[in-house]
Design a protein around this ligand. Structure first.
Ligand code: TEU
Length: 543
């Protein structure tokens, strides 16, 4: 177990993200719940993770699967009770696992009491909790678009005003310029800290300081001022609390600010530069393009070197908004197991804190459903818009198969039993039909499984300080097939080599690895000179 009394313990940690709706159902309603998570804590302890990032479990009408909160201090009844939550915190801690909650501070649900009050009159004391502009019906203040389709402005006839929402109509944006809003949020965060929550993931945190009149959403003028106040009033009161901000708009310079060494903002951010590479330049994520490996490597190198000694990286390939990585950048057919391990090797050799998304450790894959079986609000918003503008339905579906968020949200595959052991009822989203082959029970019974490979990667990070401390340099940066790099400390050098193709490719090791120790590999003893299809390994040498 990690020594969590060290304030930066999270630099040696590996976290695991749970999407509660899809993890484990225990009451047969087809929706996962907290007791389901409790029932798998030993599985997570076996994997070796140090914390769980729990996607939102707060009271919510679930328009956006919990990212639309109607009461920050209550548990969604589909997921359980506050007692279940307290038990989860305690049981997890007993296994050395911290609970990291998701904080959605940019917006609430329109069913939140604050918003209901805000809609009553312009004089109501909650009115200024949200972002309003005067206007006439059919004449929104400007042409800003919401992330899930349509205008970012919705008219409330009784007030003769529009409210601003960057996401769905049911997710009105909070007005961070109002100090009363900030105070309420800080109080709420302290409530959870008092319950024993040891960290937070902050949803779209770069979008809180918006200025819709100037069409500014990400990186608004007061962003870092707000973050420093937030941190002072909450996180800094508990040394060792870990925070990770979701920041689609972050570049390396900003990430240095967010994760600065004096701890005045956050521990780290999730940045998405790599996740935007396999799309058409200037297009949206739905406008598909092949992954340019050389650019992927340049991007990782830029972040690894840019934050070295000046900040801290988060490391992830999957989350509840992204497609399954083995389907995206690996091969989810013939080389599924090997390529899943290769991608994990590429990522877990780097400096930063890795996050594993539920099912990634099993090599779970994307799914294909008819449009009406998808649940995600983003998929349906995009589908309606693109069909209306005349796109070919087959192309739109191809984009959904490749990038739709429901790819990651199908139920966790526990066994080859009914509904993959996820529920005895009807799952809220179909189970991937490949569960008979890909499931946790099968993985636990197979010493060569993706699960045990992740377990080993997690262990290696704890055994070798080079993972935490080493610098970063690409090897053969121009190769379009191989992603290889070196990490160096004063006494040691780590070579990480990954073949991103299904072909055997030539690869001569850099000098000095003849006597090196093999830490891990996904297809036996590596040979100097070639890499087999999707082969990956790590060699540790002395300097
Ligand atoms: O996601 C932020 C966000 O910008 C997403 O809309 C993202 O762009 C999209 O999923 C990628 O296609 C966060 C949460 O992670 C997401 O689940 C929520 O829907 C969103 O915020 C609103 O709270």
């Amino acid at each position: 177990m990690l020594d969590k009394t060290k304030p930066d313990w999270w630099k040696s940690a590996v976290f695991y993200q749970i999407y509660p709706k899809s993890f484990q159902d225990t009451d047969g309603d087809g929706v996962g719940d907290l007791r389901g998570i409790l029932s798998h804590l030993d599985y997570l302890a076996k994997l070796g993770v140090d914390g769980i990032w729990l996607s939102p479990v707060y009271a919510s009408p679930q328009a956006d699967n919990g990212y639309d909160i109607s009461d920050y201090q209550a548990i969604n009844s589909d997921f359980g009770t506050m007692e279940d939550m307290e038990e989860l915190i305690a049981q997890a801690r007993a296994r050395g696992i911290s609970i990291i909650m998701d904080l959605v501070l940019n917006h609430t649900s329109d069913e939140h009491r604050w918003f209901q009050e805000a809609c009553k009159s312009r004089e109501n004391s909650y009115h200024d909790y949200y972002v309003w502009r005067d206007g006439a019906p059919d004449m929104p203040p400007n042409d800003m678009k919401a992330a899930f389709g349509g205008s970012a402005w919705t008219y409330v006839p009784a007030l003769g005003q529009y409210y601003f929402h960057q996401f769905a109509v049911k997710q009105p944006d909070l007005n961070w310029d109002n100090p009363a809003v900030r105070r309420e949020l800080y109080q709420m965060i302290r409530f959870w800290m008092d319950k024993g929550i040891e960290g937070f993931r902050l949803d779209v945190i770069d979008q809180i300081a918006k200025d819709p009149d100037r069409k500014i959403t990400a990186n608004g003028p007061r962003l870092h001022e707000f973050l420093q106040e937030l941190s002072r009033e909450t996180f800094q009161r508990r040394p060792g609390l870990v925070t990770v901000g979701e920041a689609w708009g972050a570049n390396v310079e900003r990430a240095r600010l967010y994760s600065n060494q004096d701890g005045s903002e956050l521990s780290m951010v999730f940045q998405f530069e790599q996740m935007g590479l396999d799309q058409q330049p200037g297009g949206e994520k739905w406008d598909l393009a092949p992954l340019p490996l050389v650019r992927l490597k340049e991007s990782f190198a830029h972040w690894q070197q840019g934050l070295y000694g000046q900040g801290w990286n988060s490391l992830f390939l999957d989350n509840h908004d992204l497609p399954r990585i083995v389907s995206r950048w690996g091969d989810d057919g013939k080389w599924r197991v090997r390529s899943a391990k290769m991608l994990a090797t590429m990522l877990h050799g780097m400096q930063g804190t890795p996050y594993i998304y539920q099912g990634e450790e099993l090599g779970m894959t994307n799914i294909r459903l008819p449009i009406e079986q998808y649940v995600d609000i983003e998929i349906h918003g995009m589908y309606a818009e693109r069909i209306a503008r005349g796109d070919n339905p087959a192309d739109v579906m191809a984009s959904i198969y490749a990038k739709g968020r429901d790819n990651a949200r199908t139920p966790m595959q526990w066994s080859d039993g009914e509904n993959a052991g996820f529920t005895t009822g009807t799952p809220w989203l179909p189970v991937n039909p490949n569960y008979r082959e890909i499931n946790a029970a099968a993985a636990l019974a197979d010493p060569d499984s993706v699960f045990y490979y992740y377990q080993k990667l997690i262990r290696l990070r704890k055994e070798h300080p080079i993972f935490r401390e080493g610098d970063f340099e690409l090897v053969d940066a121009k190769s379009e097939q191989i992603f290889a790099y070196l990490r160096r400390t004063e006494n040691e050098t780590l070579l990480v080599a990954c073949n991103f193709t299904g072909e055997t490719v030539p690869f001569v090791w850099p000098e000095g690895f003849g006597e090196a120790a093999l830490l891990i590999s996904n297809c036996g003893e590596p040979e100097n000179g070639t890499l087999r299809p999707y082969e990956a390994f790590m060699l540790l040498g002395r300097r």
